[in-house]
Each structure stands twice: as C-alpha cells, then as structure tokens.
Design a binder for this molecule. Structure first.
Ligand code: UD1
Ligand code: UDP
Length: 372
C-alpha cells in the first residue's frame, strides 16, 4: 500500500508531521509531495529541520499567485506526479489552496482522499479557506474530525465520506516538540526581557483590508505591554504597500521578527503573558498542556469555538478600541486558563495512520469481493 501526503504551507508541515511519522513507523510507503505554496526558508525548510521531516519525494515549486493560478498550478503539477506514483490514498490537512488542489485532483483521478482536520466552519464568506475546507470535506472519502463539534458539523452536512473523531494533530506536535524547544532555541536573545504579548496576524481578510491593517498598527504601538511580533511575508508586503512598516518597526513598544522556526515559536508562546492572533493553529496550540495561554482572537469569528468554550480563547474582533480594552483586561487579570485541551491528547497522528491503513485494506478487500 502507498500513501500520498500532499502539503505546501507552514501549518501543514506542523500538523502532518505526526501522521507521516506514524505511517512510516508502521512500515507504510509514503510519497511525500510539497506543492511549494510556501517557499521561503523560514516558512518551509526551517520546519523540515525543526520537526525532523525528511525531504519530500516531489517538490512542485508552485509558489505564489492569485487564488486561481496557485490552485490550478498545484492541480496541474500534482496530476502528473499522482499518475506516476498512483498511491492508494492521498492525505491533505487543513484548508489551504494546496488542500483544495490535492483533494480535488486525487478525487477526480479516482484516488481515495483523507482530509485531516475536517469539519471546521467559520461561516465567513470572506475567507478563501472556508471554500477550500468545505469542498475538501464534501469530496473526501475519509474525514478526520479533530473534535466532536467538527464531527457534528460533518454529520449535519451529510458528507459522503466516513467520519472519524481523532483529535487534532497540532497537539501531537506541541507535546512532542515543546520539551526540545527550551533546550534548543536561542530566541530569548532576540526579545526584550520581562513580560510581553506575542502577536501574529496574516489572514487575508485582515491584512489585505487597509482599515484593519492600520488598526493593527494602532493596537500594537499602543499595547499595554511590549509586543513581540514575528511577521508573515504577506503582512510585510501589505505594511510596506500602505507605508505602515516604518511606523511599526520604529515603535519602541514593538519587536518585529521574521517568521521564526517551530521550536523558537513554541518558546515564544510558553514565555509570553498572552497571545493576540488571527492564526488557526495558534488558537489550538495555546490549549496544549505545555503552553496553556490565553488567546485574544483578532477576528470577528472563529472556526475553533472549542477554544472559546474551554476558556482559552476570546474573540475580540479587530476594532482598536475593543482589542486594546481586551488587552488591558488581560494584563490585569489574575487567573490563567489551565483546563484540558479540547483538541485531543497528542495521539491523533497514530489514530489517523491506523484508520488510513485499515480503511485502505478494507477498500481493497471490497474491490476483490466485487471481482469474484
Ligand atoms: C496561506 C493559506 C492560509 C494559511 C497560511 C499559513 C491559502 C488560501 N491561504 O496563506 O490559510 O493560514 O498560508 O501561513 O491557502 N509569500 C512569501 N514567501 C512564501 C510564501 C508566501 O513571500 O514562502 C508571500 C507572497 O507575497 C504571497 C503571500 O505571501 O503572495 C501570500 O502567500 P499565500 O501562499 O498565497 O497565502 P498565505 O497568506 O501564506
Ligand atoms: N508558527 C511558527 N513561527 C511563526 C508563526 C507561527 O512556527 O513565526 C507556527 C505556529 O506555532 C503554528 C503554525 O505556525 O503551528 C501556524 O501557522 P499560521 O498561523 O501561518 O497558519 P494557520 O494555522 O492560521 O493556518
């Protein structure tokens, strides 16, 4: 049996690592395919290094482009690789353009598709990710829902595939790498001593919107504590286009960093007072036993309501007034969240690997039965 794993961005590397390791540990042949959606060293190679992922078998070199160009290029290049390799099943993770392209290309080639982190819904039409995840969910054969909430969404939408509740593989990554991170990371030298707020923001509906972007700059320069902000290249580009980069980088309240590797980021999360972010993965990681930090979600909604229900996340919107008030509240709050993570126990990758193997073998037996 052979399993194709298609990935292309930073969070897919973090969240696919444990699935890849678990499949290879069980002796399965894995064809690892990187679309090249992310290509900067600090969004890609550094994650192979930090997570100990072997080099991909195929690198498609797709790069950046409009939504259609990037998705179409992934599909065109992937079709060639899949027709040469003909894996029994293709796995994709999350909601990026790589995921949409991977799921659609494989499904149309009659290859079984497994969607890791299925069933998330923001109900927000501004997000390209919402289209990607909905399409991937409805054409996949195996759906790995991270939580009961995601499982329920899939059942209500009557998806075609088989649904399994597995936990989220991001907790596997956090729990495996957090102990190593403190030992190996040198990031403490690059940040001011004492308490700080860790910030990330890269979502298109935020940073591509001039008002929200200007509001973010206002928030960070007036934040009640020093800010440490590793900036995604999309955001750097937008800040420069709007003439805002200088204002942010010259603020004595803000330490801007390039995107940092996974081990460094784990340390930044562990040491901060709290996090302001629009990232999906960070909302989940903050609930893991080795992090346990409050996240102010810099968005109007979240497809991770479990983090809110568990007391880890608060959706604060994007208006500077509201966000700054929420930051003040957080600085003076005494309690810190410490309940169990709603995203699983750190064994999701193992479960997914076992299900993929069992279901692929069952699929083969069924074909054999038809042929008799
Ligand atoms: C993508 C995903 C998003 C995910 C994020 C993870 C889609 C629609 N979006 O957003 O869901 O949260 O990855 O970080 O798939 N760029 C570089 N170097 C790179 C990659 C990108 O400079 O290595 C710049 C380019 O200017 C590019 C822009 O960032 O145009 C956006 O990159 P893109 O891959 O289109 O989307 P992300 O914003 O990274
Ligand atoms: N991350 C990182 N370095 C950074 C910023 C984020 O290692 O400078 C990690 C973070 O820990 C999480 C993942 O990248 O595992 C989240 O990626 P991102 O926010 O880009 O994507 P999303 O999760 O929103 O799709």
């Amino acid at each position: 049996m052979s399993v194709g794993i298609v990935l292309g961005t930073r969070p897919e590397l973090v969240k696919m690592a444990s699935v890849l390791f678990a499949l290879e540990k069980r002796g399965e042949e894995v064809v690892l395919i990187h679309t090249g959606q992310h290509y900067d060293k600090n969004l890609s190679d550094d994650f192979f290094r930090d997570l100990g992922i072997r080099p991909p078998d195929h690198h498609l070199g797709v790069g950046s482009g409009t939504q259609a160009v990037q998705t179409a290029e992934c599909m065109l290049r992937l079709e060639k690789v899949l027709s040469d390799e003909h894996p029994d099943v293709v796995l994709v993770q999350g909601d990026t353009n790589t995921v949409l392209a991977g799921a659609l290309t494989a499904a149309k080639m009659d290859i079984s598709v497994g969607h890791v982190e299925a069933g998330l819904r923001s109900m927000d039409r501004r997000m390209p990710e919402e289209y990607n995840r909905r399409v991937a969910d409805h054409i996949s054969h195996l759906l790995f829902a991270p939580t009961p909430h995601a499982e329920k969404a899939l059942r209500e939408e009557k998806v075609w595939g088989k649904i399994f509740m597995t936990g989220n593989t991001v907790i596997d990554a956090c729990e495996t790498f957090a102990p190593l991170a403190e030992e190996k990371s040198g990031i403490a030298e690059d940040i001011p001593p004492g308490e700080y707020i860790l910030v990330t923001a890269h979502r298109a509906e935020n940073v591509d919107d001039p008002r929200t972007l200007a509001g973010l700059v206002e928030i960070l320069t007036n934040a009640p504590l020093p800010v440490v902000y590793p900036v995604h290249p999309r955001t750097v580009e937008r800040l420069r286009e709007r003439g805002l980069y200088e204002r942010l980088s010259s603020s004595s309240n803000v330490t801007l960093l390039p995107p940092v590797g996974y081990l460094d980021f784990l340390v930044l999360m562990k040491r901060c007072l709290f996090i302001l972010t629009d990232s999906g993965g960070i909302q989940e990681e903050a609930t893991s036993p080795s992090i346990r930090k409050r996240v102010l979600v810099f968005r109007e909604n979240t497809e991770r309501p479990e983090a809110v229900e568990a007391g880890y996340a608060v959706v604060v919107g994007t208006s500077p007034e509201r966000v700054l008030k929420a930051m003040e509240r957080e600085v003076s709050s005494e309690g810190h969240p410490d309940g169990p993570s709603p995203f699983g126990d750190g064994r999701a990758g193992e479960r997914i690997a076992e299900i993929v193997i069992a279901e692929t073998e069952r699929g083969r037996d069924d074909v054999g039965e038809h042929e008799k």
